[in-house]
Design a protein around this ligand. Sequence first.
Ligand SMILES: [Zn+2]
Length: 430
Amino acid sequence: MSLDLLVRNATLPDGRTGQDIAIADGRIAAIEPGIAAEAGRVIDAGGHLVAPPFVDCHFHMDATLSLGLPRMNVSGTLLEGIALWGELKPLLTFEAVVERALRYCDLAVAHGLLAVRTHVDICDDRLLAVEALLHVKKTVAPYLDLQLVAFPQDGYFRSPTAAANLDRALDLGVDVVGGIPHFERTMADGAASLKALCEIAERRGLLVDIHCDETDDPLSRHIEALAYETQRLGLNGRVAGSHLTSMHSMDNYYVSKLLPLIAEAGVAAIPNPLINITLQGRHDTYPKRRGMTRVPEMRAFGIEIGFGQDCTMDPWYSLGGADMLDVAHMGLHVAQMTAREAMRWCFDAVTVHPARIMHLDGYGLAPGCHGDLVVLQAKDPIEAIRLRANRLFVVRRGRVIAETPARIASLALPGRPAAVDPAAYAPKAG
Ligand SMILES: [Zn+2]
């Protein structure tokens, strides 16, 4: 057998050590110790963690890297961010959106992030961002899976042309139906928007991803309507509720009724820890709410959960950097998921879970899956999160598409080691 690539001495996310990974014709041919075969390239993983690529199931690529345009968000608040996006939108050009998105994808690839679901604002009658991101999707397809959500940022009913624009965007090839029920004028309009949007998805055979209840208002209960419409239309397993921050503030008794309904409908949840912790709770004095939705509680009900990044250097968030380990790190802290098993789960929340939410084809680290993987400068998934580990190699379809030298500091201290490898500080027992 002649291989495209052979990765030697890998530790897998499930804890198996000393594994070789063989990739032929762009797919994983075998994972076992001591594979003997010729390969176009051999990588020695040196016992480091080898994982499937990172997946971001919630992003806004039409706004990314626009920080500073047309001016900075000086206050760092959501309100100034919204005002800024309003100023920027009419100034957007096809070329500039494409250029920023491609630059972002370069950064994503460098961090082993090879699949992104991005919302794209369709409340611009030119549909300029839609056209630009459809172009980007095609351009990056050889190295990154981009999935687009038609997102009516200004409200499906509240914005007069949103309904028509959403249909136009889907006709152009946008993959997923989006919505923002808590931004409609009334709770009733919000629920009606979910009915209309889920019916569109059912008719067209598409997935649904709703910005749902991104508020501290405990009475914002659109997730209930979303679960209901999902169940009514048989869309189980095809719908996601993004943010769900109001659940943080809801009455416990109501949540005890709500969670089984979400589980029954097979609606997935997409918290965005970096953004939720910074944008929610802004009307509070002290104690100040965290705002992130109830991750461990949803998990206990078997609800599918993927952590999203939401923003990188845009009007709403000046930080970020296409690093899903940053997202997992924040999610772990905000949800206080410090049990060993829960920390491992946080790694899955930026890899296998979002891949399932996006219905990615051939994703995973198993024979028959695409030959896509990341070699991390860390011993295991918990260590990868702790270190926000360096990505030594990023592989797509059996080809190395990004490399970063190992992060090793040299020390000039008498009587102490000459070099420090942060990954060497891993605990002895797994
Ligand atoms: Zn969002």
